[in-house]
Design a protein around this ligand. Sequence first.
Ligand code: HEC
Length: 424
Amino acid sequence: MRVLGASVRAGWLALLACACSAKVERTPIPVELPCEIQTILAQNCQSCHGTSPQFGAPMPLVTHADLMATSKTDPTRKVYEAVPERISSLGSPMPPVPYARLGAIDVATLKSWVAKGAPKGECASVAQVPDAGTIKTANCEATLDVVPSSKWTMPQTTADEYVCYGVDITRAQKEHIVGIYPKLDNTKIVHHMILFQGSTAYAATPTPCKSAASVDWRMVGAWAPGTQSIELPAEAGFPVEGTSHFIVQVHYSNLGRVADQADGSGFSFCTTPKLRPYDADVFAFGTTQIQIPARATRDLSCDYTVPQGMNGLHLFAALPHMHQLGKSIQTTLHPKGGGSSIDLGTQPAWSFDSQVWFPLNGTIQEGDTVTTRCVWENSTERGVRFGERTSDEMCYSFTMYYPRVTAPLWTWALPSSDVKCTQK
Ligand code: HEC
């Protein structure tokens, strides 16, 4: 089994998928930055903070003037003054997860330049700002779009909005979904997207979401800049048969207060009538036994013993999920016979805005223990429990697997309801 570490993450990111509808400036732009600063920004920041900012980034980071501009979110300071804090931030780092963090040398270079008051430099003008590349549509052909019935229009005065819409897919004959891709429309304001499957239909017109996620929804897809599309292992596919209900949740960010932005982003599926040997599915490790007192920290560790009915399941991707108070989440497999434990998905610095699938390649056996550890910091004056509102909390590690469990009383939430939890 592959343990998720820096190298695996780097490999995942090497196949980087980003959208590009950016208008690329062709006229040379005077940069007026020291070359080492220009290089760091070009390599790590400008795919979002380009001349035409993407994915909700509020400002460009291309020229000296860009860095001297007033911050859009905090008018008491300049953009460059916000840089040191964000490049070292654990909770909301720049660049955001899943991008690799800046190296120590780059952090030191930026910080010492900022400490000197961010002086001008003489790096040559750049002819154009690198764009974010195109979505890698890889090996499977997108055959089905899961997009809204009409576009969502972002009010210029709204900085942040979570918008939901539903898409029903009806198939008389069973088919397999073998790939899930983001289908991006207006990359200026789309920050990230999540795809759920539910048991009932949801309104097709995009409107602000009623809740963070219904407890009936399980996550089947997610996209944030820098994450890859999901392709299923060659022997498995997600079945669609009869009518399936999907819900897309899009986070729009418009901190730059850009006017007249409409968007119809969603997902594309690769489907095939040529069924693969196994049906794949998603279940969740974790717990619903969440109670966090007001102004308290909770460090909860929950064990699930793999039952006979889950013996031999292959796990191929994991998506850790919490809400706004989450600090970290980690799921670990402890094999029954002893031996070293295996990482089944870790977000050491949880952020609601960076929910991404991590690739896995492992098998679970009857008697193995799966431990999910969730840490929250409740800074509010009220106790918080498990629930679907944004102000409630969750501790789920959605896990893609095959072959699909078909036992009569099985539900995707079972591995997270039959757990023994201890508080650290
Ligand atoms: C994947 C896209 C992306 C990349 C890459 C990225 N950023 Fe950002 N950045 C954003 C978004 C979106 C926001 C607004 C939301 C937020 O503040 O988290 C932001 C906000 C910021 C802010 C806060 C601005 C303010 O006035 O509040 C700073 C500073 C910043 N980024 C610096 C950087 C630097 C420096 C890099 C490279 C080392 C970088 N970013 C790379 C997307 C990105």
